[in-house]
Design a binder for this molecule. Structure first.
Ligand code: FAD
Length: 506
């Protein structure tokens, strides 16, 4: 068999998850690892999404690593460029560059039952092997293009929000924006003043709350630099407020009525036309879909060069966009704010486990992973932001850091076992974990709120969101329970068995 470069751990992806894993591995004393990234730079989500207005919906002091505080965040909710720069800074500060291989797209990873390692192939034809894989390819990293008849033949420009064409000038153009999710509502206010005409195709209106964004003052930055505990306290406060909200999302959705009234007044302040207000008023419980934050979205929709088609886009005929209600709109450019492959992540097609089946096949009925990390039949493979680890109201960095704790203990357990060994999640343990998660899910606003959302898979099951507090998840991922795993050892070969027998006979 061909000899390949071998590493102890291969991390796939260089967003918050992959870079966080790299930092954590180094802190655990593990330096024999690589970070494989398909793009030409680190940053993940915050590298790819460079559309106008792209910013985080979680305050920066919480949406950053606890081990890499940044006293210099410019705004309470920082924009894409600053978050991207932060991740570049993390890669430099923690000495990660020598581990990172850019332009290195993983095309397939196969578990070798005999060698007890992963064989990882990349698009450039290279192969390497690794004892363990940490898959941090992100839940929102592969843009989803809608299947709209005629779209492929549209004669104008078409691009997805995550693949913004900065060379294309929107000035004076007839622009159609498809979708009203988190990206679309940030894009619309930015491009509306430039566009000749802007038509927003909406299937379901979002709930939009005011955005408490402001510049962070020089005095605050000075304080956080001089007295770092003040930044920690600020983070703690931001975290605590969000933890207190969780009960309303997961157990008592009726309590969210008050939040709905704040969102309604946010709309009423800007939208004076009752017909437009009716189009924009959601008919489901707030929180069922991700709550969006903007002070500029509704004012932009109230401008005379904007139309809202509230029946969604059903067909494209040449340069004419046909709404489901039959309305026709001429467009020069279509911007797709249509989200990502979340419950059908392409990476799952590329992971081939111990039984020779892909993770996608294993997850064909439902994505499920033990403690959001490991899957039965895929030894020594773990994912960051796996099934049911998403949040509706707080920072994903909290969940990522919990998963890094789990990863660190997983590596420690392998050390303790010694020799060549692998851990394979027991199907019963994965099933029990998933049943507990799904049982709790029944009462949540995501399942009872009367909407369909990207949190739900094709079967209507919520396989994306964590139905509890981030503190509960932290506790659940503090350490690996070996009782939930089978320990695999290399198969005993004929010659090895003979040697043992001869040794015993002597
Ligand atoms: C526009 C936008 C706004 C968001 N806002 C928020 C927010 O306000 N709050 C919040 O908590 N979360 C937000 N998120 C979610 C965000 O995705 C997570 O918070 C976090 O950034 C995910 O980090 P990650 O490292 O897991 O994934 P990503 O950042 O997506 O990184 C995955 C990396 O894996 C690489 N990759 C994928 N496949 C391969 C392959 N086959 N081979 C090699 N490399 C591969 C990708 O190129 C990418 O660099 C937002 C997401 C988007 C898209």
């Amino acid at each position: 068999m061909a000899q390949h470069e071998h590493v102890r751990v291969a991390v796939i992806g260089s967003g918050f998850g992959g870079l966080g894993a790299a930092v954590r591995l180094r802190r655990e004393g593990i330096t024999d690892f690589v970070v494989l990234e398909r793009a030409s730079a680190v940053g993940g989500t915050w590298r790819d999404n460079s559309y106008p207005g792209c910013a985080c919906d979680v305050p920066s002091h919480l949406y950053s690593f606890s081990f890499a505080p940044n006293p210099d965040w410019p705004r309470t909710f920082s924009g894409q460029q600053h978050i991207r720069a932060y991740l570049e800074h993390v890669a430099d500060t923690f000495g990660l560059r020598p581990h990172i291989r850019l332009d290195h797209e993983v095309t397939v990873m196969r578990w070798d039952n005999d060698a007890l390692h992963w064989v990882i192939e990349a698009a450039d034809g290279s192969t390497l092997t690794a004892d363990a894989v940490v898959s941090a390819t992100g839940p929102l990293s592969d843009p989803k293009l809608p299947d709209i008849p005629g779209l492929a033949a549209f004669p104008g420009k078409v691009f997805h929000s995550a693949q913004w064409d900065h060379d294309y000038d929107l000035t004076g153009k007839r622009v159609a924006v498809i979708g009203t999710g988190a990206s679309a509502i940030q894009i619309v206010p930015e491009i509306q003043p430039k566009a000749g005409r802007l038509t927003l195709f909406q299937r379901t209106p979002p709930w939009v709350m005011p955005r408490m964004d402001r510049a962070i003052s020089g005095a605050e930055k000075w304080l956080h630099r001089a007295l770092p505990f003040t930044a920690t306290a600020r983070r703690g406060l931001l975290w605590g407020i969000r933890e207190l909200q969780v009960g309303a999302f997961t157990k008592h959705p009726n309590q969210l009525g008050l939040v709905e009234s704040i969102a309604k007044s946010n709309m009423a302040r800007a939208i004076k036309d009752p017909a437009l207000r009716a189009k924009l008023t959601p008919s489901y419980r707030i929180g069922c879909k991700r709550i969006l934050l903007s002070n500029a979205y509704y004012p932009a929709l109230a401008q005379p060069n904007v139309d809202v088609v509230d029946s969604g886009l059903s067909e494209v005929r040449g340069s004419t966009l046909v709404g489901s209600d039959g309305t026709e709109t001429e467009a020069d450019v279509i911007i797709l704010g249509t989200g990502f492959h979340v419950t059908d992540m392409p990476i799952a097609e590329r992971v081939v486990g111990a039984d020779g089946i892909t993770l996608a096949e294993s997850w064909k009925d439902e994505m499920q992973a033990l403690r959001g990390a490991t899957a039965a039949g895929f030894p020594n493979w773990m994912t960051i932001i796996g099934p049911n680890t998403g949040l509706g109201n707080s920072s994903m960095i909290l969940m990522i850091e919990s998963q890094l704790n789990y990863m660190a203990d997983y590596m420690r357990q392998l050390d303790v076992l010694g020799g060549r060994a692998a851990l394979d999640a027991r199907p019963a343990a994965v099933g029990a974990w998933n049943r507990r998660v799904q049982e709790r899910m029944k009462r949540t606003v995501w399942n009872t709120g009367g909407c369909t959302s990207w949190y739900l898979d094709a079967n209507g099951r919520n396989t994306t969101v964590w139905p509890g507090t981030t503190a509960e998840f932290r506790r659940a991922t503090r350490s690996v329970d070996l009782g939930e795993y089978d320990v695999l050892r290399p198969p005993v070969t004929h010659s090895a068995a003979q040697a043992v027998t001869e040794e015993a006979a002597r």
